[in-house]
Design a protein around this ligand. Structure first.
Ligand code: PLP
Length: 387
């Protein structure tokens, strides 16, 4: 096989578009230069529609987890109560961060692979009226579930005064997000998933309600103090040296999203989800999530009794094809396909066909050609192909 050619279909990092790669190769500029100021202000504003907010979006030089940690330290002080919905490895990470900072945690565990039902969250919150914030995961990357964030935010608003804080790292940029309309208070994401950039940037939208809490929160913080980022953004700059090359790349990413149209971007992700699911079902393998709970950005597939998902991953690797494995107790039990960012329906066709080949080679019970046919049917009938 070609030594430099491989397909990266994991749920992050994701492939980088050539135009973005090129943009990132521009000569370095000073981060206090007026050109950099213009770029920072422009990016913060143009990220708004992707989050569904009129608020300026804060930009951090960090991985996604730093933004999760920032959401916690900016809004809560030790001893305060918070609720966290845990339905997989990333909800669990939110819980770990909160515990580390001495927050009194109420953990609502949802079976991995299922979305949180709004009524269940409402019942849970009635038992914990003191919570100051509720932490949710929009797309739980470890299982491929997309939680109904709008509905969950509505019940949180009905039951409590708590802030609604959402980890959107593995889906913002590929799914609908209505930060303002849904009444979210903090929504964070990272650069290396649906936003088609290398790892290294994180973003947060922050509501007016959240700013009031943040301003009165005595918890010390320095690098991740949201206020410093806001004050500096008002002065058209960043508090510390940003990853300037990634900002060049982000400018190109937003240009791409605006050219395709964000509605079309969302439709493309939806179509890729439907093709992936039809393909997996068609070849005879088992999806981990129901259609109604499925994420447009990542799909989890169960291993079988007489074949292992890890053997399948090894076989795929031989074909220069990368998919992800399971996390925590799902390690060795599932594999996950990322279909977000710089990914299109034709990539999904090659994914399904390659999985059929690899599965056949390890004697997994698949029907050769049946998955690819099902995925093709979805594509042939895709309404978005007609405009
Ligand atoms: C990838 C991811 C993160 C952040 O991971 P980093 O490695 O810190 O960038 C957080 N939450 C979710 C849901 C993710 O998918």
């Amino acid at each position: 096989m070609l030594p430099d050619k491989f397909r990266l279909q994991i749920p992050g990092p994701t492939p980088i578009p050539p135009g973005v790669q090129q943009a990132m190769a521009q000569p370095m500029i000073g981060h206090r230069d007026p050109d950099c100021s213009r770029m920072v202000v422009d990016l913060s504003r143009r990220l708004g529609p992707v989050f569904g907010t009129k608020e300026p979006v804060l930009i951090f030089t960090s991985s996604g987890t730093a933004a999760l940690e920032a959401a916690a330290v900016n809004t809560l002080a030790p001893g305060e109560e918070a609720a966290v919905v845990v339905s997989g490895a990333f909800g669990d990470r939110f819980a770990k961060i909160l515990e580390r900072y001495g927050i009194t945690l109420h953990r609502l565990d949802v079976p991995w692979g299922e979305a949180c039902q709004p009524e269940i969250l409402a019942d849970f919150l009635r038992k914990h009226p003191q919570v100051k914030a509720v932490f949710l995961t929009y797309c739980e990357t470890s299982t491929g579930v997309l939680h109904p964030i709008g509905e969950l935010a509505t019940v949180i608003r009905q039951e409590t005064e708590a802030l609604v804080i959402v980890d959107g790292v593995s889906c913002i940029g590929g799914v609908e997000s209505r930060f303002d309309e849904w009444g979210l208070d903090i929504l964070v994401t990272g650069s290396q998933k649906a936003l088609m950039l290398p790892p290294g940037l994180a973003f947060a939208a922050v509501s007016e309600r959240a700013w009031q809490v943040i301003e009165n929160n005595p918890q010390p913080r320095f690098y991740l103090d949201f206020k410093t980022y806001r004050t500096n953004l008002e002065k058209e700059t960043t508090p510390y040296t940003p990853a300037v090359s990634l900002l060049f790349g982000l400018t190109e990413v937003l240009q791409m999203i605006e050219t395709e149209g964000f509605t079309q971007v969302i439709e493309r992700h939806d179509l890729m989800m439907r093709m992936t699911r039809a393909g997996i079902r068609g070849m005879g393998l088992t999806l981990m999530t129901s259609d109604s709970d499925a994420s447009p950005t990542v799909t989890s597939i169960l291993g079988g009794n007489d074949w292992s998902s890890e053997d399948l991953r090894k076989e795929l690797r031989r074909l220069s094809f990368r998919v992800a494995g399971g996390q925590q107790h799902l390690k060795g039990k599932i594999f996950r396909i990322g279909h977000m960012g710089y990914c299109d329906p034709v990539d999904v066709l090659s994914t399904i066909a390659t999985i059929e080949v690899a599965a056949k080679r390890i004697n997994a019970p698949v029907r050769l050609g049946a998955g690819i046919q099902a995925a093709e049917e979805e594509l042939i009938h895709a309404p978005s192909l007609n405009h």
